[in-house]
Design a binder for this molecule. Structure first.
Ligand code: PNS
Length: 161
């Protein structure tokens, strides 16, 4: 059984993330989408909300499940018996840091990182940009699933002055 983890903050999940998860699901028998929970980082959505969004949006993939982790990703991989991490690469600018993390993770545990090139359609897409654009009232509805767009509008509306 070939298993992989797709880790990320997913604050919130975007169509770019889903592209990578969908393609990982064709490459591996089992994929765990792992939501990184870092209490010291301010997030727009709680870990539970991010997990619920991913659960809904990945429901169509029978070999994809959702998990979460605090601390090291390699500990999560070890606990789950996973030896592959799938990461999307949007551009060369992603590569330096991703390579460094991949090498550190392989030093920490018996894991390989598999880089999947992001589809050109989504190569500009980042959760941080989606939040920024949405916070100024920009339309991000083509960049995230519909219910994520609704959640963004609602959450950003709550925090408006
Ligand atoms: O969506 P993001 O913010 O790019 O996801 C980053 C994430 C959560 C995958 C990364 O920060 C991570 O793996 N954090 C867990 C802590 C860890 O293992 N750090 C060592 C990395 S070499």
């Amino acid at each position: 059984m070939r298993k992989a983890v797709c880790p990320g903050s997913f604050d919130p999940v975007t169509n770019g993330h889903l592209d990578i998860v969908a393609r990982a699901a064709t490459l591996f028998d089992e994929v765990v989408v792992a939501v990184g929970v870092n209490a010291s980082k301010r997030r727009l959505f709680t870990a539970q909300e991010r997990i619920e969004m991913l659960t809904e949006v990945c429901a169509g993939y029978p070999n994809v499940s959702i998990g979460s982790f605090e601390g090291l990703l390699t500990d999560f991989c070890r606990e789950r018996g996973v030896h592959a991490i799938v990461k999307g690469l949007r551009a060369v600018s992603d590569f330096d840091y991703e390579l460094q993390m991949a090498q550190m993770n392989s030093r920490l545990a018996d894991v390989e990182t598999v880089f999947v090139p992001t589809s050109p359609e989504w190569s500009f897409l980042a959760s941080s940009l989606v939040k920024e654009v949405a916070s100024y009232g920009g339309d991000v509805s083509a960049l995230v699933p519909d219910f994520v767009n609704d959640a963004l509008v609602a959450r950003l509306g709550e925090s408006a002055p």
